[in-house]
Design a protein around this ligand. Structure first.
Ligand code: ADP
Ligand code: ASP
Ligand code: MG
Length: 404
């Protein structure tokens, strides 16, 4: 049985008109005689709205109930899609994650799929039906509903593709594919024909919302090729695949950026072995993700300034944890919310010297001050003032000829 998995994102199913278009796309795929499995996200805005309701009810809303509520958006869109397919004469029904079932492990709000039970869906496919499966949700070993982190319908589609050994996994979204940078932010962004899992993982982890980072990890581990394309216009999109399938003529593949980082500096920290661990231990215990870190030793070696970045939403909690941490002594704490991390990503930088220098030079030419730097084998990130994001991304885009 040749199976194709089609995933539709929030904007693609964002209105009744859009759902009618989606039904048309599905019916075109049915004509190819392949068996079609559809995975849908919630209609645009619905998940955000449900999340804000939890906040209005309680600042301590139980994660297990959060998952029940927030996964409800997918139930609505799947029923609407099947309803429309039925309307145009196609046999279809919605499948909620627990009906498949799709099993997950890990904490609520950030679970991961560990198994997809195939028999019921296979039987339904053989009967000529088109299953419309809820993305983003699963069920755990306590028989509770779970969700897969924001953007998690991508992971649902990829894991369903893996378990059904799908010939293709197509992620339909509101842009034509993966671009060198966010095409809704930088007008010279260029569509990328093929990108490696490694680069896509870095791009999305560093801010490119087009694919969920965890879903790319799943795709890489399971060697699932992904086609990303638009549900609005029928044009070739982007193939996310293994590095070997890609010619190596690019130094930099893309530029990503974040808009919701904060920088915290502890000034005059009394320096002793283990001090950094003492600072970060309570943060890690409270699931606060610390990103970039720099430590400056003062001239007498007794005191140090320690700077790190976290997400804006964690600032309040972080400040509280630091202020009540008896294991550390420092003079003052500085918090800046107006920072942004801009990163260049590309496997080509492994073999090309001088990339760091070119990045810094391009930013300097535009009078953009670098506050913190971090690098890995295939990416260089800098922290800058948020007001300079556009200038920085444009400068880097130009420096590495990404608009060509
Ligand atoms: P969906 O609802 O289909 O899952 P998302 O909103 O999650 O769609 O992701 C698509 C959005 O990702 C685009 O509208 C675009 O603004 C944003 N984006 C950010 N970086 C990139 C990039 N490098 N390439 C393409 N899109 C990007
Ligand atoms: N509806 C979920 C979200 O908004 C999942 C997804 O869109 O992939 O995060
Ligand atoms: Mg998405």
């Amino acid at each position: 049985m040749k199976i194709v998995v089609l995933k539709f994102g929030g904007t693609s199913v964002g209105s009744i008109d859009r759902i009618k278009k989606v039904a048309k796309i599905i019916s075109n795929h049915i004509k190819t005689k392949k068996k079609i499995i559809v995975v849908s996200s919630a209609m645009a805005g619905v998940t955000n709205d449900l999340i804000s309701k939890t906040k209005n009810i309680s600042s301590n809303f139980a994660p297990s109930e959060y998952d029940v509520l927030v996964s409800a958006g997918e139930q609505i869109s799947c029923a609407l899609i099947s309803g429309r397919l039925n309307h145009i004469g196609i046999k279809s029904r919605s499948w909620l994650s627990w009906q498949v079932p799709i099993f997950t492990e890990g904490e609520h709000k950030k679970s991961r799929i560990i198994n997809v039970f195939k028999n019921r869906i296979l039987k339904y496919l053989k009967s000529g039906g088109v299953p419309i499966i809820t993305g983003f949700q699963g069920v755990n070993n306590k028989n509770r509903l779970t969700t897969l982190e924001r953007g998690g319908s991508d992971a649902s589609a990829i894991m369903i593709s893996k378990y059904f050994k799908a010939e293709k996994c197509i992620i339909y979204t509101d842009v034509e594919g993966v671009f060198s940078t966010d095409p809704n932010f930088i007008k010279n962004a260029k569509k990328i024909k093929k990108i490696s899992y490694e680069e896509m993982l870095e791009m999305s982890s560093l801010g490119a919302k087009v694919m969920q980072p965890a879903s790319i990890q799943d795709a890489r581990l399971n060697r699932v090729n992904i086609n990303v394309k638009s549900s609005f216009i029928d044009k070739p999109g982007t193939l996310i695949t293994k590095r070997k399938n890609i010619s190596k003529d690019r130094i930099i593949t893309g530029v990503s950026f974040t808009k919701n980082d904060s920088k915290i500096t502890l000034v005059g920290v009394v320096d002793r072995p283990g001090v950094a661990a003492s600072i970060f231990e309570p943060l890690s215990k409270n699931s606060i993700n610390v990103d970039m870190v720099v430590q400056n030793i003062s001239s007498d070696g007794k005191e140090t300034d320690l700077t790190f970045t976290i997400k804006n939403e964690d600032v309040f909690k972080t400040e509280k944890l630091i202020m009540k941490n008896k294991k550390i002594n420092f003079k003052s704490i500085l918090i800046k919310k107006n920072v942004s991390k801009v990163s260049i990503i590309g496997v080509g930088m492994i073999t090309t010297p001088g990339v760091t220098y070119r990045m810094f030079k391009a930013l300097a030419k535009n009078k953009i001050n670098i506050q913190v730097i971090s690098t890995s084998e295939i990416k260089i990130s800098v922290l800058i003032n948020k007001k300079n994001i556009k200038k920085a991304v444009n400068a880097l885009h130009k420096e590495f000829n990404l608009d060509k």
